[in-house]
Design a protein around this ligand. Structure first.
Ligand code: SAH
Length: 339
């Protein structure tokens, strides 16, 4: 059994089983957050306890397999886990601070037609400590502070709710990183029951919804998950989230040439979202070879944004970062495992 596989509560119980007080868990947790790679480094624990722990538990580590740096300051990381699986994380510089985009699963089961992460399905969920380790490794390797986290890498966070929520509690904990929930954004393709749970569990974490079409029949073609959770269920859950939390919800919309980019489409988005405290983030599609779909120019995206704004929907066009390194979600890992 690996010590880090346990939740923090389970670690307290495990320590109690070894006859230790629960504050030892806090000490060990802060060592984990400092990047310790073994119990023997945890010098504020007695030598006897360190030995007891090392004989009862393993203490696995992830490592950086590859790091690509872009001329605009973006850094893309391929993180290797102990079982030989990989996930991607992307470090980005913004005027308001540095942001890290992290993965929550290896692969993904949602199979959105434009996305590289889901092409081969899900391999496995990432554990809470593995998600935390993406942050710890990227911070250490980049040598820079990370002020924001977005759960927008590989995977569907709500298809791994238990581990993702444990991760959120860990990174937020003052004994660890102490990252404010307001500086974290989670993106989902729209698993409605988990949106409702998240509203209760993490009202301060920002929520982003992958919309990509405001028309049910079209959205189903792009995102199979829309069949299980149609817009008529998704939109009320988003509205309830925005109302209960008092926070503005983000809708992500990848602009795909000739699929969801017409004036009529803009009007449909506005009609769907009117009255919700929200903001639309337009992303010119990052073309993935396998999908055969085409992107739009940035000029076009800005025109679409103006149209939405004129219809009363606040809107931004996502900056394109790291254009000279492997771009779209899941592409770096796919390339690496094929090589
Ligand atoms: N599973 C989560 C997080 C995934 S990725 C979700 O679906 O929200 C984060 C965002 O990138 C999502 O909005 C996703 O739909 C989008 N995305 C995936 N592939 C893309 C591509 N090729 N171009 C543009 N956006 C993409």
């Amino acid at each position: 059994m690996d010590f880090k596989d346990l939740t923090r509560e389970e670690r307290k119980e495990a320590l109690a089983g070894l006859g230790e007080k629960s504050f030892r868990e806090k000490q060990i947790f802060s060592w984990i957050c400092k990047g310790a790679s073994s119990f023997s480094e945890m010098t504020d624990l007695s030598a006897a306890l360190r030995e007891k722990l090392a004989s009862a538990y393993s203490f696995e580590k992830a490592r950086v397999e590859q790091r690509q740096k872009s001329s605009d300051g973006t850094e893309k990381y391929l993180i290797a886990f102990p079982d030989g699986q990989y996930a991607e994380a992307v470090f980005m510089k913004y005027s308001y601070g540095n942001s890290l985009c992290i993965s929550t699963q290896v692969g993904c089961n949602m199979r959105c037609s434009f996305c590289a992460s889901g092409i081969d399905g899900k391999v496995r969920d990432l554990k809470a400590w593995e998600i935390l380790e993406e942050y710890l490794l990227c911070r250490k390797t980049s040598g820079q502070e990370i002020n924001h986290i977005v759960l927008m890498g590989m995977g569907e966070p709500f298809d791994n709710y238990k581990n993702v929520s444990e991760f959120l509690r860990q990174i937020h904990s003052p004994e660890g990183i102490g990252l404010s929930y307001r500086n974290i954004t989670l993106s989902t393709c729209g698993l409605v029951p988990y949106i409702e749970r998240f509203t209760e569990d993490f009202p301060q974490v920002n929520l982003a919804i992958s919309l990509h079409s405001a028309v049910q029949s079209e959205r189903e073609k792009l995102m199979p998950v829309a069949k299980a959770y149609p817009l008529e269920r998704l939109i009320p859950a988003c509205k309830a989230h925005a109302e209960k939390t008092g926070r503005r919800i983000t809708f992500e919309y990848a602009l795909i040439k000739d699929k969801n980019d017409s004036n009529k489409n803009a009007e449909e988005i506005a009609a769907l979202l009117r009255g919700i405290n929200c903001h639309v983030n337009l992303i010119p599609l990052n073309p993935v070879t396998e999908s055969g779909m085409q992107t739009v120019t940035r000029g076009f995206a800005h025109g679409f944004a103006e149209k939405l704004e004129s219809l009363g929907i606040p809107c931004t066009v996502r900056r394109q970062l790291g254009a000279d390194i492997d771009a779209a979600c899941g592409q770096l890992r796919k390339k690496h495992i094929k090589a």
